[in-house]
Design a protein around this ligand. Structure first.
Ligand code: ISL
Ligand code: CA
Length: 553
C-alpha cells in the first residue's frame, strides 16, 4: 500500500532550511540564535514557504556545528532557552509554518553523560551504548577512515580499547544493536514530538546499523566505502521500522532521513507509509564534482550527468515513495557558485536554479541565503575556516604534501564554510547579522547581495523566488504531476515537462553563458509564459544565457 496519490502536507510543502548559528544574532554575541529567528518570522513567512528545517539546536560542544549532541533534552545555551524554543514553535505555528528538527541519532558527543560513563570501565552499564573494540597489534580494529580524515577508531587510554567514530573523535557512534540505547532514543524523540514538532530530519540515518564484524573496507573510493561499509547495514530496515512502530506512527510527523550511501536501487527499501521513512535526502548529484579523494578532490561535472541523476532518482520515486529536491545545504558550497555562474550571470543563474528547485517533482528544500543568491566565500587561509571537515582535511592534505594554496583552492570551491557565512540582511557593516563580532567571516559582497535591497527590487532574486513559490502553489501539477525530461536536446539545455490531466507545463533552463537555439519541436509547443527570469519578454526560438522559462503548453 502506498500513498503516492494521497495529499499530505509534506508533499505540498516548500521547506526553508535555517542554520541557526548563521541566520541572525539576537543578543549581540556574534552567534546566531533562536531570538534572531523569532524576530524574523515575518520575513520567513514572506517567502511563502510552508516549513522550516532547523539544523541541530541541542546542547553541544560545537565540535561539528552542533552535530555532536551532549544533551538531547536541552537547548544549546548560545542559541537560547527552552522557553525561547517554545516561543519559536508557537510563532511558526501561528503563521501556519511547520517545524522540522534535526536529530543526530547515529552518534552523540563524547561529552554526553552516556559516553562519559561508557568509557569509565569495560563493565559499565553504559559500555555497550557505543562500539568498543580491542586494537590489533597496536593498530585500530580495522582500516575504516573517518569522514573527517584519519581512522574511524580512537584509542581510549582508560580501558585500552578503541571506540568507533565515523565522524570526529568527539562524535562516538551510538550502538543501535543495544535495545536499551534504542529505547533512550525513542524517549527523547517522544519528548520533542509531544511539544508539537512537525518533522524530524534524521542525520546519517543510513549508517545506524553497523556491520559488527567490522571487516576492512577494500576500496580507496570513500563514497564506495560509505555505501558498502557504513550505510545500508543489515538491520537498517528493522531499526527504522521499530522507530516507526515505537514513536513516529503515533504522531503526525514527517520523517526525512539523510541517506549518504543509499542508492536508487535500495532507496525504496527504507521508505514506507507504515514501516519506513517518508523521504530521504539522496546525494547522487552532490557527489558529481567529487573525485576519488572526496570533497577536496573536485573534478569537473557535466549537465548531462546532472540531468541523468535527476532522471534516475525521479524514476525511483515515480510510483512509490516520494523524492526530496535540494541543490545546497549546510554541508555543500553555495548553489549559484557550484552549479550556476556567480559572476556575470549571478542573478539569472540564481533564479534559474531556484526555478529548477521549484518545478522539479519532489519536495523542494531551499537553503537559507539561496533565496537571495548568496555566494561562496573566499578564505584567505585555512585558519579562517570554522569547519572541522576543512581543518582536518587540510591536516590530511599536508601529510601527503599538498600545498596550502592548492588545498585552499579546493576548499574555497567545495568546503562547508561557504554555506555557513552569516545571512546577509543588509548592506550595513556586518550585514545586519550582528552588532557584535561575527563568529564567522561575513562575505564582503553583502554590500551588493542582501535581503534588504532585494526586498524592494521587483527584479531581485528574492522577489523572483517569492513569485516562483506562488507559481508552484498555483499549479498543483508541479507537486503531483508527471515528470518527463526532453531527451536529445543540446547538452547545455535542461528541458522537462510536468503534466496532470489537461494541464502541461514545460520548464526550459539554459545552463550556459551562450544564447542557445530551441529545437523547433519545442518552440511550437510553447503558448503562455508563466514566469521567466529575464525582466523583458522571452525571445521566441531561443534561450538567453542562464535563461529559465516556465511555459504553459
Ligand atoms: O556524505 C557526505 C560527505 O561528503 C556529506 O553529505 C556529509 O558529511 C554526510 O552526509 C553526513 O552529514 C551529516 O552528518 C555529519 C555532519 O557533519 C553534517 O553536517 C550532517 O549534515 C555528522 O553528523
Ligand atoms: Ca547570539
Amino acid at each position: 500500500m502506498d500513498r503516492k496519490t494521497d495529499r499530505v502536507w509534506w508533499k505540498e510543502a516548500v521547506v526553508y532550511q535555517i542554520y541557526p548559528r548563521s541566520f541572525k544574532d539576537g543578543n549581540g554575541d556574534g552567534v546566531g540564535d533562536l531570538r534572531g529567528i523569532i524576530d524574523n518570522l515575518d520575513y520567513i513567512q514572506s517567502l511563502g514557504v510552508d516549513a522550516v528545517w532547523l539544523n541541530p539546536i541541542f546542547k553541544s560542544p560545537n565540535d561539528d556545528g552542533g552535530y555532536d549532541i551532549s544533551d538531547y533534552y536541552s537547548i544549546q545555551p548560545e542559541f537560547g532557552t527552552m522557553q525561547e524554543f517554545d516561543e519559536l514553535l508557537a510563532g511558526l505555528h501561528q503563521r501556519k509554518l511547520k517545524l522540522i528538527m534535526d536529530l543526530v541519532l547515529n552518534h552523540s558527543s563524547d561529552e554526553h553523560v552516556w559516553f562519559q560513563a561508557s568509557r569509565k570501565s569495560k563493565d559499565n552499564p553504559y559500555r555497550d551504548y557505543y562500539f568498543w573494540r580491542p586494537g590489533k597489534a597496536g593498530s585500530p580494529p580495522n582500516n575504516w577512515p573517518s569522514f573527517f580524515g584519519g581512522s574511524a577508531w580512537q584509542l581510549d587510554e582508560a580501558t585500552g580499547e578503541y571506540y568507533l567514530h565515523l565522524f570526529s573523535k568527539k562524535q562516538p557512534d551510538l550502538n543501535w544493536e543495544n535495545p536499551a540505547l534504542r529505547n533512550e532514543l525513542y524517549q527523547l524523540m517522544k519528548f520533542w514530538l509531544e511539544k508539537g514538532v512537525d518533522g524530524l530530519r534524521l542525520d546519517v540515518i543510513s549508517a545506524i546499523s553497523k556491520r559488527i564484524d567490522f571487516s576492512d573496507t577494500t576500496t580507496s573510493d570513500f563514497n564506495e566505502t560509505i555505501r558498502l561499509k557504513y550505510a545500508n547495514g543489515p538491520r537498517l530496515k528493522e531499526f527504522i521500522k521499530e522507530a516507526k512502530d515505537q514513536v513516529w506512527n503515533n504522531y503526525d510527523v514527517l520523517t526525512v532521513g539523510e541517506g549518504p550511501g543509499i542508492t536508487p536501487l535500495n532507496a525504496l527499501d527504507y521508505l514506507h507509509e507504515k514501516e519506513g521513512l517518508d523521504m530521504i535526502f539522496h546525494f547522487g548529484h552532490m557527489f558529481l564534482d567529487q573525485g576519488k579523494g572526496g570533497r577536496f578532490d573536485p573534478v569537473p561535472w557535466s549537465l548531462k550527468d546532472f540531468k541523468a541523476i535527476f532522471k534516475t532518482w525521479d524514476d525511483t520515486f515515480k510510483d512509490h515513495g516520494w523524492g526530496s529536491v535540494f541543490l545546497g545545504n549546510h554541508d555543500f558550497p553555495r548553489m549559484v557558485s557550484r552549479w550556476g555562474n556567480d559572476t556575470r550571470y549571478w542573478s539569472e543563474s540564481s533564479k534559474l536554479l531556484l526555478t529548477l528547485l521549484l518545478t522539479m517533482r519532489g519536495t523542494p528544500f531551499i537553503f537559507m541565503g539561496d533565496e537571495i543568491g548568496m555566494t561562496n566565500i573566499s578564505l584567505k587561509s585555512v585558519s579562517e575556516s570554522q569547519d572541522i571537515e576543512t581543518k582536518t582535511g587540510w591536516l590530511e592534505a599536508k601529510k601527503i604534501g599538498i600545498a596550502e594554496r592548492d588545498f585552499l583552492k579546493a576548499a574555497n570551491y567545495a568546503g562547508r564554510d561557504n554555506a555557513r557565512t552569516p545571512f546577509q540582511w543588509s548592506g550595513l557593516q556586518k550585514a545586519g547579522f550582528t552588532v557584535g563580532t561575527p563568529w564567522m567571516k561575513i562575505n564582503p559582497n553583502h554590500a551588493r547581495i542582501n535581503a534588504g535591497f532585494q526586498d524592494y527590487d521587483p527584479n531581485s532574486v528574492l522577489n523572483y523566488f517569492r513569485r516562483m513559490v506562488k507559481t508552484r502553489k498555483a499549479h498543483p501539477l508541479l507537486t503531483y504531476g508527471s515528470y518527463k525530461p526532453l531527451e536529445g536536446v543540446v547538452d547545455n539545455l535542461f528541458i522537462f515537462l510536468r503534466e496532470k490531466g489537461q494541464e502541461k507545463l514545460m520548464i526550459l533552463l539554459n545552463f550556459s553563458n551562450d544564447v542557445t537555439i530551441l529545437p523547433k519541436e519545442v518552440s511550437v509547443q510553447l503558448n503562455t509564459l508563466l514566469i521567466g527570469n529575464y525582466p523583458d519578454q522571452h525571445v521566441q526560438g531561443e534561450l538567453r544565457p542562464w535563461e529559465a522559462c516556465v511555459y504553459q503548453c
